[in-house]
Design a protein around this ligand. Structure first.
Ligand SMILES: [Zn+2]
Length: 92
């Protein structure tokens, strides 16, 4: 992994830290926690390494797709079957 990645915005040295990514789509939102990302200490720009970004993107897209299908299949006068998913890795 690349160290000392420069910030694309202000060119400060970015630090590899854990962060939470927030996604919103069609009335649902998802927070992905403890994501390893380069974060600029000066301007706060976040950069997630390519392969990880694709992985997170696919996971979140799948969640939104599933949640939307459940909502659509529910009868009109009923509320969505669920309004959120909390997904966590169990700490050993
Ligand atoms: Zn910056």
């Amino acid at each position: 992994m690349i160290k000392n990645k420069p910030c694309p915005e202000c060119h400060s040295t970015m630090e590899l830290k854990k962060t939470t990514l927030h996604f919103e789509r069609e009335g649902f939102y998802a927070d992905v926690e403890n994501v390893s990302a380069f974060i600029c200490p000066k301007c706060g720009t976040k950069s997630v390494p390519g392969k990880l970004a694709v992985n997170i993107g696919n996971t979140v897209e799948g969640l939104f797709k599933s949640a939307k299908e459940i909502k659509v299949s529910t009868e009109k006068d009923l509320a969505p079957a669920f309004s959120g998913i909390s997904f966590h890795m169990v700490q050993a």
